[in-house]
Design a protein around this ligand. Structure first.
Ligand code: DLZ
Length: 187
C-alpha cells in the first residue's frame, strides 16, 4: 500500500456497466442541503453517465438522516407492491410502474457538541443496511459523517480552497448501477 500507484477511493469497475434498463430511487435529506444538493447532483450525473434514463431516476426528500431508512423502505416496498398488483391485474393497458432496482440514501451528518451525532449516525447506518437486506435491493450508503462542515464540503466537491475535493455522490451513483446489475445477475 502507498507510493505513487496508491489509488485513494474507489477504482473504476472492471466491466462496462449498462444502466439503461434500471430504475433508481434517491432519497436525500433537507438537513445540510447546501452540501447534500451537490451530492445528489453528483449521483444523478453518474447514473446518467452509466445510461440510466433521467425519467427512471426518482428523487424524494426527507427532513434529516434519521428519516432516510424508513422513507427508503416505504418507497421501495410501494414500488414492489405496485408491480405485484400490475401482474395480478394482468392488464397491458395499465401503465407499468417498475420496482426500483437500487436506492441511494444521501445525507450529511456533522458532529456537534452533544451525543446526537453518534446516535443518529449509528441508527442511520444500521437502518440503511437493514433496508437493503429486508427489501432485497441494493441500498447505497450515501451519508457523510464528518467532524466539520469543511470536511463535508471537500467530500461534496465544493471545498473552499483551490482544491474543491471530490464529489462522493458520483461514487454512490456508480455503486448503485454496479450493485443493481449484480443483483439482477447481469454482471
Ligand atoms: C437533529 C439533527 C442534528 C442535530 N443534526 C443533523 C445532521 O447533521 N444531519 C441530518 O441529516 N440530520 C440532523 N438532525 C435531524 C435528524 O436526522 C432527524 O431529522 C430529527 O431528529 C427528527 O427525527
Amino acid at each position: 500500500m502507498g507510493g505513487d500507484d496508491f489509488h485513494k477511493g474507489v477504482k473504476e469497475p472492471s466491466t462496462r456497466l449498462d444502466g439503461s434498463g434500471l430504475r433508481i430511487l434517491i432519497v436525500h435529506t433537507r438537513w445540510n442541503s447546501e452540501i447534500v444538493d451537490p451530492l445528489v447532483e453528483g449521483s444523478i450525473a453518474a447514473l446518467v453517465n452509466y445510461g440510466v434514463k433521467r425519467e427512471n431516476i426518482v428523487v424524494r426528500d426527507v427532513p434529516g438522516a434519521f428519516e432516510l431508512p424508513s422513507a427508503a423502505h416505504r418507497l421501495i416496498r410501494q414500488s414492489q407492491q405496485q408491480q405485484s398488483q400490475n401482474l395480478l391485474l394482468g392488464s397491458p393497458q395499465v401503465t407499468q410502474i417498475l420496482p426500483f432496482d437500487a436506492a441511494i440514501c444521501v445525507g450529511v451528518l456533522i458532529k456537534g457538541s452533544t451525543m446526537h451525532f453518534e446516535y443518529i449516525a449509528d441508527a442511520t447506518t444500521n437502518g440503511i443496511m437493514r433496508v437493503g437486506l429486508d427489501t432485497g435491493i441494493p441500498v447505497v450508503f450515501g451519508v457523510l459523517t464528518c467532524l466539520t462542515e469543511e470536511q463535508a464540503m471537500q467530500r461534496a466537491g465544493i471545498g473552499k480552497g483551490d482544491d474543491k475535493g471530490h464529489n462522493h455522490g458520483t461514487d454512490w451513483g456508480s455503486a448503485a448501477v454496479e450493485m443493481a446489475l449484480l443483483n439482477a445477475g447481469d454482471s
